[in-house]
Design a protein around this ligand. Structure first.
Ligand code: PLP
Length: 480
């Protein structure tokens, strides 16, 4: 298999700690440091490493030292070499995660007093959906006279979505909108239409697991690009990966990214979009969390580049149970996607769409109330983590529903197993990456009331204290 992207000697040197300050011989420190970077998702699997000579120059080490380090990585299953295509990082066989876990397989979630932090989603706001449903019931009669099949969505809802885009400064006609059964459905339809088996799809690392599953289900090849340790994009790396891989598609979440809550500045979006245009990569931006910003938002990505495809949804601002989402694209693409849909589900439910159309006028009001509740919950979660688990590191989410905690040991999966017994359901960091990496991280939603978050963190801290770190090296690859 050819490597998907590559890292240069100097870039790798920048990521490495001071090898001479580490215990043991330098080659072993180098090997350990590289495998840690892979496991923590700082270097994506299938990235081609620099040649031994290039890295030796960048690190001012002897070539023999780098050769010994690469040999050691190879022996431990972290490096694979192909004649003519160099050495690329991988993870040892047997460490790859099964595609889905926790939420759908946890029998504990029905147990009393279990705190479920497996999902970054909120219950419906009081009364709002019922009121929209009551209004919809009075509006349904004319629809019942037709056949009810609308593959592109009900005109009234397409118009409502288009008006909202236009009000945000992205002029949009209703025929540029496809109504779907949620943002994930939007992405799935796009992948079905645009991706051929083996096509590369760039994602952030970490990213929304549903997107990773959808890309794999479409036989696309995920090309993950690590996010910055401080949150947000690594623009240079995204640009380099676009240039190196000629990816067909890039799936990005610059607005309150799941799981980190990061908001990417306009200038960085511009820089990445410019290169994507050059490489002919179609950019799909997921705006699922766009309404849940804590201190403002950025210019809409589709305003920066009109060729960007935007997917969105009522799931996060209003309620996931509505199963109403959309995508904004060119009229032609919307037409082709609607045609594709006639062989899949013939379109969404009319009643649900009439209900959704009634909610559109209230999104600002609903989102404002949501944010007012979420900010103190985020602060409560951060405060509880600082108090109970000060050795963990977190970045402050700028919006969304979750934060991304960096643990002081790569034991996210064992922690989730122990935490489930202690009455907290969490999803390990590895679920947000590929190949079992990101075991040093944990996604923690703050969608619950502050006292529940406090209690959840207390339970997590107890579970963390119980974890036996003695077998760390052997256990760091365990993935449930
Ligand atoms: C980034 C992102 N996109 C899409 C979804 C799924 O959204 P929907 O319910 O609209 O399909 C989620 C759910 O967590 C998400 O985090």
């Amino acid at each position: 298999m050819a490597s998907l992207s590559r890292i240069g000697g100097r870039a790798l040197a920048d990521l490495l700690p001071d090898l001479r300050a580490m215990p043991g011989p330098v080659y072993s420190a180098l090997s350990h440091a590289v495998s840690t970077l892979v496991l923590d998702g700082r270097i994506a699997t299938e990235t081609r490493l620099p040649s031994e000579r290039e890295l030796a120059v960048a690190l001012q080490l002897s070539r023999a030292t780098v050769t010994a380090a690469y040999d050691s990585l190879r022996a431990d299953g972290f490096l694979a070499s192909r004649t003519g295509s160099g050495s690329f990082v991988t993870v040892p066989a047997g460490s790859r995660p099964r595609p889905s876990l926790s939420r759908w397989s946890t029998s504990n979630s029905e147990a009393p007093d279990v705190i479920d932090l497996s999902c970054a989603a909120l219950p419906a706001p009081p009364d709002v959906v019922q009121e929209a449903l009551a209004a919809a019931a009075t509006q349904l009669a004319p629809y019942l006279l037709g056949d009810g099949y609308e593959p592109a969505g009900l005109p009234v809802l397409r118009e409502a979505v288009a008006v909202r885009f236009t009000a945000r400064g992205v002029p949009t006609r209703a025929d540029q909108i496809l109504i779907t059964n949620g943002a994930l459905h939007s992405l799935d339809l796009l992948l079905r239409l645009l991706i051929a088996p083996g096509d590369r799809v760039i994602t952030e690392l970490p990213t929304y697991p549903g997107a990773l599953d959808a890309i794999r289900a479409s036989s696309g090849r995920v090309v993950p690009v690590p996010m910055a340790p401080t949150g947000g994009w690594q623009v240079g790396q995204l640009q380099a990966t676009l240039r190196q891989t000629a990816a067909r598609l890039a799936y990005l979440t610059p607005d309150f990214h799941n799981p980190t809550g990061a908001l990417v500045p306009e200038s960085e979006r511009r820089d990445v979009l410019r290169v994507a245009r050059q490489t002919g990569t179609t950019v799909v931006v997921d705006e699922s969390f766009i309404e849940l910003g804590f201190s403002g938002s950025e210019r809409p990505t589709a305003q920066i580049d009109a060729t960007v495809i935007t997917v969105g949804s009522l799931s996060k601002p209003v309620w996931g149970g509505l199963r109403i989402g959309w995508l904004r694209a060119s009229r032609d693409l919307v037409h082709r996607l609607a045609a594709l849909r006639t062989s899949i589900d013939m379109g969404g439910a009319v009643l649900d769409q009439v209900v959704a159309a009634n909610l559109f006028d209230r999104i600002d009001e609903i989102a404002t109330a949501r944010v007012a509740e979420l900010m103190p919950q985020r602060d409560a979660l951060v405060a509880a983590l600082t108090r109970e688990l000060p050795q963990w590191r977190t970045n402050l989410p700028q919006g969304g529903l979750s934060l991304w905690a960096e643990l002081d040991a790569p034991l996210s999966t064992p922690l989730t197993l122990l935490a489930a017994q202690a009455g907290v359901v969490v999803v390990p960091g590895s679920r947000f990456g590929v190949d079992g990496t990101l075991e040093r991280f944990l996604r923690l939603p703050f969608a619950l009331a502050s006292d529940r978050l406090d209690e959840a963190v207390r339970r997590l801290a107890r579970a963390w204290a119980l974890l036996d770190r003695s077998g760390l090296a052997a256990r760091q690859l365990v993935v449930a």
